[in-house]
Each structure stands twice: as C-alpha cells, then as structure tokens.
Design a protein around this ligand. Structure first.
Ligand code: FAD
Length: 434
C-alpha cells in the first residue's frame, strides 16, 4: 500500500485532528474562519464522510430524512479550505515531541506526522455484560454503522426491547414505536434519564410516554438475552418474565475514548482533562467535545467544578475555544450550554447545567402542553428543562447569558401565561426588574 492509498502523509500536516465528527469538523471550520493557514488533516476511523449523529435515533431512523442530509460539508468545501479528509484509519499510537509536533500511527501502519494535534475522539457505546449480549440482533446506536445495521433489521422485526431509559433509548423507542413496532423499554433505575434531569422532569417523561402508549418498565432486572440459531429472540428478566424481541437495542450510556490520551501520558479522569482553553495536560494538545473533561463553563460556577458534556452545542462551542488556543489566543467558552432531545411529539430543551441544584420550581401549563422545571443553587437559577416551552427555555438561557436571575418565588407566584423573561432581574439587584 502506498502512502496516498492508505491516506498517510509524508510531510507533516499543520494540524492533525483525530476524530472526524461534530467537534473535529467544527474545529477545522473555526480555524479557517480565524485565519489558520496551515494544512489541516481531519482523520477518522469511520468509513463515512463526516456526518451528524442526532437524527440517527430520530428523523433518519424513521425515514424522514436521507443519508445526504446528515453530511456536514461537501467534498468541495473541504478542498477549497485545504482540509484533507481521511476515512477508515484508526489511530492506535501517538508519538509526540515537547513542541507539540509528532506522528500518529494507525492500525493499518499508516503514519500521519503533524505540527499540532487535536483529539476529538468522542465516546463509544457502553456494552452490555449479560448472557446473550453477543447474539445477532443485539445492537447499539452510537454511529452510522450501528444505525445502518439497526435499520436493516427493522423491516423484519415486530418486537423490539430497548434497554436503557436515557435520551438515546427514549428517542429510539419513540421512533421505533412510531414505525409500528411493539416496543418495551427497560430501565434499570427507579426513574428515567437518571443522569441528566431532575426528578420532576423524569416523572413528566414517564407519564408522557406511558400516556402515548409506550410500555416502560422501571427497576427492570435483566437476567439474559435469549436466542436461537445465534439470533436474539427475547429478553428474560430476573422474575422469569420473557419479553419477545427480534431486536434488542442497548442504550446504557457511553464511555469517553481516552486510550490515546492515556498512551500519550495525558491526564485522564472521566475524559481527557483539559483547562478552560481546551488544552490537555501537555499544554499543546487540544481535546474537545464528548471526550474532554473541562472546567464547568457556566460563568459564576464554583471554582474547580468539572464536567464532561455530551451534546452538539458543547462540541461546537468547545471546538471554538480550542481553535482560539491553537491560534495562540485564550478565549473563554461563549454562551450557556444547552441541549435538546425530541421524543415522539415531545420537544425537550435544556438550558444551563443543573448539577449541584438545591431547589426546583415546576411551571406547568397542561392546557397548552407546556412543562418546565427551573433549577436553583443558592437562590440563583442555573438551568431549566423545558418541554414544548421554547419561551421558557429562551428566557432562562438569556438570563444566564446576561448574568440575571429569575427568582424562584416570582416563578412560583406567576400564572402559567406570564412570560419568564419579564421576571428576570440582575443578580446584584434581585428586586429590580431587568
Ligand atoms: C443517536 C444519537 C443521537 C444524539 N442526539 C443528540 C441530540 O438530540 N442533541 C444533542 O445535543 N446531542 C445529541 N447526540 C450527541 C452528539 O451527537 C455528540 O455529543 C457529538 O457527536 C459529540 O461530538 P464529538 O465530535 O465530540 O464526538 P463523536 O461524535 O463521538 O466523534 C468522535 C469521532 O472520533 C472517532 N475516533 C475515535 N477514536 C479514534 C481513533 N483512535 N482514530 C480515529 N478516529 C477515532 C470516532 O469514530 C468518531 O467518529 C446524539 C448522539 C447519538 C449517538
């Protein structure tokens, strides 16, 4: 195999970005916008052009959008911007010099010398450790190959068991139900979306999905996946119940891809540890997106608090911070982290980060189908989960951006049709409307 056939390069690229997805793509785009002139190589292990993941559990799975709509940028765009796309190369080792340059070595043996390095390696699906987990028909949903495999099976399946009541599980279960499948969702914990939302929101989603006919079972204890001729036939629970399934879709969270960082000797702790400018512990490599553990980017959050976020918005904003760092500038994370999840007809938007909250206020307008939970820490609003309530979402996001509060007492007293933005006050003048 020649160097050009396996994608490897002899001359060092200006920046090698390992991981060609949301963060890597944004990093390349932001660097070009900032005037970075050196060649960029955007390299990934997947054998697809860089694509967006969110629709894989939603519109794409349901057949509402096609493959092409997931692709980030055209081949012409990358050519015009002097970004070389390398597919199907898994980097297994990086040798790095103190000045930031080095060489990345792929499993194929191809070598990719670089002047600077970015790790945008994301996360992978956590695997289920249970008898029968290797049977055909037991699938995950992290990447395009997973999604293509799932879609290829869906036509012949009547019964699907989804394991995991997080965002991916709920989105996929809703999609599969809409596609006419008998879907049972099994959650090990005592409530849904355990990690990402508070109790009120979890309860709301449980009721809302059940009201829409989804068979959701909490505290489900899976004994094993049953099979015949190597293919899954069902899920057996510890109480002896057997749920028929031709597809078992497992969505039990992700594990950040930190192996390369560990091999390079970078600090790792639930992700690649970076400073507020996306720089890893060697001071030259940037690490961005789902793979990175960073200081909480919300202004005013406690010193030393760290977080690893798994969202499109974070991948984009974090990549912008890293692009500045690679240009020799030190800029803070702009904006407030936010997230969305579409499940059946329910559109959840989350503004801010609810970690460390000590008070919640629920705002509910059943007539108009709106539901919001505002999270407070020490009297200050820090986040909101908003279902079909985009004005509440925008009000909290704007208040956080502007350093304002929306006092809990005012929200509690307000009628459901009062707009939250009219209750916002400057933090240092809590009784003066902003
Ligand atoms: C089904 C699904 C639905 C989602 N829905 C939403 C949503 O509604 N809203 C939202 O905000 N977020 C959503 N997300 C999350 C969002 O897609 C991720 O947060 C985002 O993709 C993170 O981007 P990233 O580039 O940091 O990591 P990733 O997207 O994980 O990309 C990392 C890339 O690096 C590659 N890679 C890893 N190691 C190597 C290596 N050694 N060599 C070469 N390549 C390597 C991987 O193959 C991968 O292509 C969803 C995710 C999934 C899977």
């Amino acid at each position: 195999m020649t160097a050009s056939e396996n994608g490897s390069e002899n001359a060092p690229t200006g920046l090698l970005i390992i991981g060609a997805s949301q963060s890597g793509v944004q990093l390349a785009i932001s660097l070009r916008a900032l005037g970075f002139e050196e060649p960029i190589t955007l390299l990934g292990e997947e054998n697809h052009r860089p694509y967006q993941r969110p629709a894989l559990s939603k519109e794409w799975l349901q057949g509402e959008v096609g493959n092409e709509s997931l692709i980030f940028r055209s081949a012409e765009y990358w050519d015009e911007h002097n970004v070389t796309i390398v597919k199907d190369q898994r980097i297994v080792r990086v040798e790095k010099n103190p000045d930031g340059s080095g060489v990345a070595v792929a499993a194929s043996g191809a070598e990719f010398p670089f002047k600077r390095l970015a790790l945008t390696v994301g996360a992978r699906a956590r695997k289920m450790a249970v008898d029968g987990a290797d049977l055909a028909g037991v699938v995950y949903l992290r990447n395009a190959d997973d999604a293509l495999a799932l879609k290829a099976m869906v036509g012949d399946a009547t019964d699907v068991v989804v394991v995991g009541g997080g965002f991916i599980g709920l989105e996929a279960a809703s999609s599969l139900k809409k596609m006419g499948k008998n879907v049972v969702l099994l959650e090990h914990g005592s409530r849904l979306v355990g990690r990402a939302v508070g109790e009120e929101t979890a309860e709301f989603f449980l009721d809302a999905h059940r009201a829409r006919g989804l068979d959701l079972r909490l505290q489900a204890r899976i004994a094993r996946f049953t099979g015949s001729d190597g293919a899954v036939t069902g899920v057996e629970l510890e109480d002896g119940t057997v749920l028929p399934a031709q597809i078992v879709l497992v969505g039990i969270g992700v594990i950040p891809n930190t192996e390369l960082a560990e091999q390079m000797g970078l600090a790792v702790d639930n992700g690649i540890v970076v400073d507020s400018h996306a720089l890893a512990s060697d001071g030259t490599t940037v690490a961005v997106g789902d793979c990175a553990n960073m200081p909480n980017p919300v202004p005013g959050s406690p010193a030393g608090e760290r977080i690893r976020l798994e969202s499109v918005n974070n991948a984009i904003e974090h990549a912008k911070v890293a692009a500045y760092s690679l240009m020799g500038r030190r800029e803070d994370y702009a904006g407030i982290p936010w997230f969305w999840s579409n499940q059946a007809d329910l559109k959840l938007q989350i503004a801010g980060l609810s970690m460390g909250f000590d008070e919640t206020v629920v705002r509910r307008d059943d007539e108009r189908g709106k539901f919001s939970v505002l999270y407070y820490r020490d009297g200050q609003v820090i986040a909101a989960d908003c279902v079909d309530a985009p004005l509440d979402f925008m009000a909290v996001k704007n208040a956080l951006t502007k350093g304002q509060n929306i006092p809990a007492a005012a929200v509690r007293d307000a009628a459901p049709d009062v707009q939250l933005k009219t209750l916002a006050v400057q933090r240092d003048a809590q009784d003066v409307p902003a």
